[in-house]
Design a binder for this molecule. Structure first.
Ligand code: FE2
Length: 152
């Protein structure tokens, strides 16, 4: 019983890390959307907008899952900064560097999610495990597409 409670707490802690990640991703994707320049502008400007809308959905979905689990989602920019594995960058970069940066960020999130999915499964929380698995599958698709875009 004690072990399950610990796993539940660990699930909430790891979910909060993803809240922080998606809050930072939301801002970072806007930065790329705004600062993009060059021949790929019309393609990537729209793609980055799609992705920040998706980031917003994940942020809200994960924070509300934490509330359903009787946890407390992080909710200040200070907390997001302190807990995010996603780092903010200078906007002085070209389109290719932006895409590479996003691929790395999405890989960071999918990698971190493995421990979260495991913790959720171990406490019998299949709902959280499924939710995070679905997000990871979407990210793997984005990684594939962004990498295909880079390797022309
Ligand atoms: Fe816009």
């Amino acid at each position: 019983m004690a072990k399950t409670a610990t796993k539940e707490q660990q699930t909430v802690t790891l979910l909060n890390k993803q809240v922080a990640n998606w809050a930072v991703m939301y801002v970072k994707l806007h930065q790329f959307h705004w600062y993009l320049k060059g021949p790929s502008f019309f393609v990537l400007h729209v793609k980055f907008e799609e992705l920040y809308k998706e980031a917003d959905l994940y942020l809200d979905q994960i924070a509300e899952r934490i509330l359903q689990l009787k946890g407390k989602p992080l909710s200040t920019t200070k907390e997001f900064q302190a807990n995010s594995s996603i780092k903010e960058v200078s906007p002085e970069r070209n389109a290719g560097q932006m895409v590479e940066e996003l691929v790395q960020d999405f890989k960071t999130i999918t990698e971190e999610s493995k421990e979260l999915i495991e913790a959720a499964e171990e406490s019998g929380d299949h709902g959280t495990a499924d939710m995070i698995t679905e997000i990871c599958m979407n990210l793997e698709k984005h990684i594939w597409m962004l990498e295909s875009y880079m390797n022309d």
